[in-house]
Structures are given as structure tokens and as C-alpha cells.
Ligand binder design. Structure first.
Ligand SMILES: [Zn+2]
Length: 224
């Protein structure tokens, strides 16, 4: 897969353009907050053959640009099913951060996805794993070699669990499940640099509880 990371907006969110090099078929993961991604896509020549928009979760910094992107690309959009209640708050989420100018229209959801569901393109497929905790329905999409995790996991960190509808206990269970996927998977997070599941399992200070459970000895631990 060819992975292009496009970092956009006030919150410096990583959006991803994933393309099958043979066919040119692409999908987008997350939209960023404003019109940035749509503007960047409009300038690309030749225009990529984008078939779908996949949202990891419905925070405004990841999904706020959906309406503007759909105005440019009228393609199917996927959202984790349990994320719908949060998605409906997009027109008010700017208020949560004291920035009403960031209240956004919702855009259109064509398909919801649930744990284990496979999204088939003509030339590649992505599997969805539900990893709630940062938000009620946050999830990740993965191929044979890559996983797009939104704000579930970062290089050396995890997504915050103190926002409305966040849940630290669910987050701990989600990270436990996430780490049962193959360690070689390259991790593309919603913020910051890429990593691998194996590297995070060994070194991420927020995953110390998993290392204890597995009898691993490496890595410092941060209680949370
Ligand atoms: Zn988020």
C-alpha cells in the first residue's frame, strides 16, 4: 500500500490517503477539522481515485472536515456505529473547547461499521476493530501490514479518556485487544509519527499494565 500522511488544521491531525499502487484505488482515513484536506485534494493532479472516506471517530478534529470533503468527493463514508451519538454533536463540539467558530455541520454518513467488519474495495480490503475509550465508538482500520488507529494509540502515548463520552476502563480493554493483532503492523496514528504495534507494546509507558500481564520486563510504566 502507498500511504500518504496529510497533516491538516489547527489540531495538526494526520489524515491518510491509502492507495493500491497497482490499480490506483484509494481511501481516505479521517478528514481533519476544516477545509484543509478538501483544498489539498482539489489541488492534486492527477486527482486520486478515492473510493471511500473512513472515519476513526467523530471528534471535530478528525471528522469536522467531512461536509467540505464530501462537497468535493461524493463518495461513501463509513463511521463506527457506536460513534453516531458523538457524531451528532459536531455542530456543538467547538463549544466544548471554547471555540464556537469550530462548530461544524455533520456531513453525511452512508455506512456504519462494527467490530470485525471487513470493508472491501475492488483491489484491497480493510478490517475494522472497535477500540472504544477515547470516544464511545472509536475504532481502527487495518490491512495486512498497516493499521490506522485514530486517537487510540500514539507513538509513546494514548488518546485522552477525559473528554465527554470517554472511558478509561474501556480504553484499557481496547488496548489489550488491539495488542493481540500482529506486532509487525505499522501504526498510523491521528497525531504524531508512525510506529509499530510491537514497538509500542515494548516501550509505550501507558501499556505497562499489558507488559505486567504478559510477564514482560522491558519498558517504564505510567499508571493511569
Ligand atoms: Zn479524538
Amino acid at each position: 500500500m502507498e500511504i500518504k500522511c496529510i497533516t491538516v488544521g489547527l489540531f495538526q491531525v494526520n489524515t491518510y490517503l491509502i492507495c493500491d499502487p497497482g490499480s490506483g484505488e484509494c481511501v481516505i482515513v479521517d478528514t481533519g477539522e476544516g477545509d484543509d484536506l478538501a483544498a489539498r485534494m482539489a489541488r492534486m493532479a492527477p486527482r486520486p481515485d478515492v473510493r471511500a472516506i473512513l472515519l476513526t471517530h467523530a471528534h471535530l478534529d478528525h471528522a469536522g472536515g467531512l461536509a467540505s470533503l464530501q462537497a468535493l468527493l461524493d463518495i461513501p463514508t463509513y463511521l463506527p456505529e457506536a460513534e453516531l451519538p458523538l457524531f451528532e454533536t459536531l455542530p456543538r463540539q467547538g463549544d466544548w473547547f471554547g471555540m464556537p467558530a469550530l462548530n461544524r455541520p455533520c456531513g453525511r454518513i452512508d455506512n456504519t461499521v462494527s467490530d470485525g467488519q471487513v470493508i472491501e474495495m475492488d483491489h484491497f480490503r480493510l478490517t475494522f476493530i472497535s477500540t472504544p475509550g477515547h470516544s464511545p465508538g472509536q475504532g481502527c482500520y487495518y490491512t495486512e501490514n498497516e493499521i490506522f488507529v485514530g486517537d487510540t494509540l500514539f507513538a509513546g502515548g494514548i488518546g485522552r479518556t477525559d473528554l465527554p463520552m470517554g472511558n478509561p476502563a474501556l480504553m484499557r480493554d481496547s488496548l489489550r485487544r488491539l495488542m493481540t493483532l500482529p506486532g509487525h503492523l505499522r501504526v498510523f496514528p491521528g497525531h504524531g509519527p508512525a510506529t509499530t504495534l510491537e514497538r509500542e507494546l515494548k516501550t509505550n509507558p501507558f501499556l505497562g499494565y499489558l507488559r505486567v500481564e504478559r510477564g514482560m520486563t522491558e519498558g517504564a510504566s505510567f499508571p493511569w
